[in-house]
Design a binder for this molecule. Sequence first.
Ligand SMILES: *Cc1c(COP(=O)(O)O)cnc(C)c1O
Length: 475
Amino acid sequence: MKNKKETSPLRYLPPVHEILQHENIQSISREKSFPYRYVKKIIQQELLKVRKALEQERITITSREEAVDQLIQQILPVLENSIYNLRPLVNATGTVLHTNLGRARLSRSAAEHAVNIATSYSNLEYDLEEGKRGSRLASVEGLLAEASGTEAAMVVNNNAAAVYFVLAAFAKHKEVIVSRGELVEIGGSFRVSSIMEESGASLVEVGTTNKTRLSDYTQAISEHTSMIMKVHTSNFSVVGFTESVSSKELKGALKKENQRDIILFDDLGSGSLFPYEKEGIGEEPLIRDALNNGADLISFSGDKLLGGPQAGVIAGRRDLISKLKKHQLARVLRLDKMTLAALEATLFDYVYGDDVKESNPTVRDIMKNEQYMMKVTENRIAQLALEEVSAEMEPSFSKVGGGTMPLVNLPGPVMKIRKRGWNAEAVEVFFRTQPSPVIGRIKQNDYYLDMRTVNEEEWDYLKTVINQLDKEEIQ
Ligand SMILES: *Cc1c(COP(=O)(O)O)cnc(C)c1O
């Protein structure tokens, strides 16, 4: 009787070094300058998968050649993918600030500036005129002042950190009054009440979910009150009988009650330097207006409507910002130089650029109107020559995303992609599993590509993917 090893198909599996020498593996490794150890790891990983499949009798192999073919067939597509887990993809969902897909994409100038600063030494904390230590925030602070009229500004890792910082610095062991209509949770991980608890501030809830009046606030003021916090309810909307109190009214009341030490803090969430509302899109407050309306401090995200890198900006009264700059947490929450560079370039375009609608991808994509989107979509469909796939234009809308302007629909058509014999799920998998993945959306058993968030360069690639789908076998 033969032993198990001799009869098992496992004996056909080639050793790693033999696969490494295979001409297809050699040529792709050379072409893409893959490090040897990386290729070896992929081979080992795929070899293990084939071994498992054989053991579980999911596949059959009857010769060494067959085993090699099987392996090569499995390894090549893996090597076609990026060597990094984090990789670019095509966002064809139309959602401009898609949190799962990285929110705002940077402008060309912001990305270039970040790369330059990252790969060189820089004057990050060095004053070139004086020849001594300088401030790492000086340039961003100056640009924010130009863009919004703020007295001073401070930047940390994200807006969640900004809110935490403001609360910890000014409201620890003290009370903060917040309207019940503004106790929001954003993205499942940022809850105003939890952040407040972490910071050591105690929350004093006033009003109800749909109505909070000025008297609710003023009656809650005590000797322990350090702050009134307004939270922009960016990811939901209470419709119907609602009442809320503006910063202006609150500021007026604080003055009247001679409560000048109570800080009025407005968490804008998104905040914007571009007048979307004036252009007919949403009701997002301008940063300048939020400051003019009486807030002592405001905070907002760098990678929402601003269209920059992930960051949290705190702006407002100089004396308060000075305290933040000297606080221990400033060091804990401080920004990296790449982010600062990207933020500087993003803000520079708002202040000095010829047209931020052109240079900033977030502003540009949100501002594309329906006629423009129809023209682009029509034109792109006309570039396709398909047999088994159909691409049709259908009226629809895109979303801003990132929890911003939830009620706003940005009108524009989508491309409905159908492949004969395939269902929408199969089409979705096909696009998503490309070497450069394409993420579209499924609605009512159909697959859609939204051109709003697909630039020309990406379209050139996406076109080849659609053509490839056309050539796939009918399932
Ligand atoms: C998005 C948002 C935050 C959190 O900002 P991140 O930059 O994502 O940390 C906080 N508050 C409000 C109101 C928001 O909309």
